[in-house]
Design a protein around this ligand. Structure first.
Ligand code: PLP
Length: 403
């Protein structure tokens, strides 16, 4: 992998922040976009912008073909059985809401849902809203000090009352890779369905949804070198057929929308209205881009970055790394004794280093550690060892100023 050559594909990496070359270590919040993807969007608007599925004219046909080709790229990437098992959404949050809302009609009081302590708020709040509506009960798989799920506790939570289990594949706050194969197998053994939030996993881990036998898998393109405002919901054909449309459920105007919709079958049942056409096509281009490099190569290199950074950070006195699971992707959360994470982040920004500070939309994890938040550095394959050195330098400077 030629990192210097790859970096040339990402124009933003050449810019300066506060007079210093940008070091972008906020990849877990959103990844940067290569020219190949940017050009795909521009090409769409320059050459064949038209609404899809609706016209016989040439532009509409070209747009429809490109949009459906992107769907097939996602299908192939995930090894889904059918293209219509891929639903375009605006992102992970939207995808999860489609499934949680769909469950509203079939859940009964005292049915149980299982979530994990490691979730992003977008995989917690929609389910809490569902529980409020239906009287279903939300159970939580606890975590341990290393930021791993207590799987023996999961076994105890599972029962014939469990209807659905939803966990992230990778924690965005700590980087933990969860044992989703085991979770899926055990949940299915009790008759529950499983939704996996793959937003943080998909830039690093390629999965085979058929081999996993997962019911729902969701992600956002913007964490995967694609644009914002587009994502996907994978659902097994049988699961998606059972799930009512997102905008149905008694709200008349949504039903009217669906009655007018010519395509009531999958995937169109969940894609009412004009979608993010350019975004969908660009999502496909982003997959082409990372597949040309190879996800395995990407993951191996990022693991080296993670090891290097972990090693360097561990040598800083008073610094504590949160998330020390044996299986991690390239995300490091840390704090320095006696210093608020926000203050570190602000000084790092002055020095051109973009890290995230705060609770990372995962407040239950912060509560577990009794901290307000962390500083989080998250790496991508376009990052370098020299950039990590610069981060360490900036961090030491910040600590000296703040202590
Ligand atoms: C980013 C993220 C989300 C939310 O994704 P959106 O694109 O904001 O909808 C959910 N879960 C995890 C694990 C994430 O990293």
């Amino acid at each position: 992998m030629d990192v210097q050559k790859i970096r040339k594909d990402f124009p933003i990496l050449a810019r300066e922040v506060n007079g210093k070359p940008l070091v972008y270590f906020d990849n877990a919040a959103t990844s940067q976009t290569p020219v190949q993807v940017i050009d795909t969007i521009a090409d769409y608007y320059k050459n064949y912008n038209a609404n899809i599925h609706r016209g016989v004219h040439a532009l509409s046909q070209e747009a429809t073909d490109a949009y459906e080709a992107a769907r097939q790229k996602i299908q192939k990437h995930l090894n889904a059985a059918h293209p219509h098992e891929i639903i375009f959404t605006s992102g992970t949050t939207h995808s999860i809401n489609i499934v949680s809302s769909g469950y509203a009609q079939s859940l009964r009081e005292r049915d149980e849902l299982i979530v994990s302590a490691l979730e992003h708020h977008s995989n917690i709040v929609p389910w809490q809203m569902l529980c409020e509506k239906t009287g279903a009960v939300l159970k939580v798989i606890p975590m341990n000090e290393d930021g791993e799920l207590q799987m023996d506790q999961f076994d105890k939570l599972l029962s014939d009352k469990t209807r659905l289990v939803f966990v992230n594949h990778v924690s965005n706050a700590l980087g933990t890779v969860n044992p989703i194969e085991v979770i899926i197998r055990k949940a299915h053994a009790t008759g529950a369905e499983v939704l996996i939030d793959g937003a943080q996993a998909s830039p690093h881990i390629q999965c085979d949804v058929q081999a996993l036998d997962v019911d729902y898998y969701v992600t956002s393109a913007h964490k995967l070198y694609g644009p914002t405002g587009i994502g996907m919901l994978y659902g097994k054909e049988s699961a998606l057929k059972r799930l009512p449309p997102y905008q149905g459920g008694g709200e008349m105007i949504a039903e009217v929308t669906f009655e007018k919709t010519t395509y009531a079958d999958l995937p169109h049942k969940f894609e009412a209205g004009t979608p993010n056409i350019a975004g969908g096509i660009a999502f496909g281009a982003a997959l082409d881009y990372i597949n040309a490099i190879g996800i395995k190569q990407i993951a191996n290199y990022e693991e080296e970055l993670l090891k290097y950074a972990t090693d360097k950070l561990s040598k800083i006195p008073g610094l504590k790394i949160y998330g020390t699971a044996s299986k991690k992707i390239a995300v490091i959360s840390f704090n320095v004794e006696g210093i608020h994470p926000y203050d570190i982040g602000s000084i790092m920004d002055k020095l051109g280093i973009a890290v995230r500070t705060g609770h990372h939309c995962a407040q239950p994890i912060m509560d577990y550690y009794h901290i307000p938040g962390t500083v989080r550095a998250s790496f991508s394959f376009y990052n370098t060892f020299e950039e990590i050195d610069r981060m360490i330098e900036a961090l030491i400077k910040a600590i000296t100023m703040l202590q």
